[in-house]
Unconditional design. Sequence first.
Length: 162
Amino acid sequence: MKVIIHDLDSQYAGMMEAACDRVIAADGKYAPCQGCFGCWTKHPAECRMKDTLHQVCRIVGQADELVIVTKNLYGEYSANVKNVLDRAIGSSTPFSTYRGRQMHHTLRYGKHSLLKLIVWGDITEGEKATFRFRAERNALNDGFERAEVHFVKDLTELEALI
């Protein structure tokens, strides 16, 4: 299953829906993670907050390919995309294992194939390096076999990448 998380305006909704199985719009119309860890322990992979991200752990956890489209915010995800990713923490378990000779949380849904970051907006070389590093670390932590990072200045380039 291909899942896209994006922080774009609603004018891009049709393009996103046509390119994947599930779309998660990081539009800020949901509560931020409360840090209760209920999605880890009490109700595995299900957030106690009953909003549009209630099932985000399962959706992200079952994705073979996860595409994240985010505005550059000083070399990091936009705040709305980061909130979605925080709410998806239940796609792993609170237990630990070794991956890449490092300690990581055990994956609730197993391995995935591709994590793709598409970063839009003005971006410096240092911020690009930060995103590349972030993609490698997120791929390892979340069980993706490989990661790709693409940078676009103009959103017209987006359709070819998703």
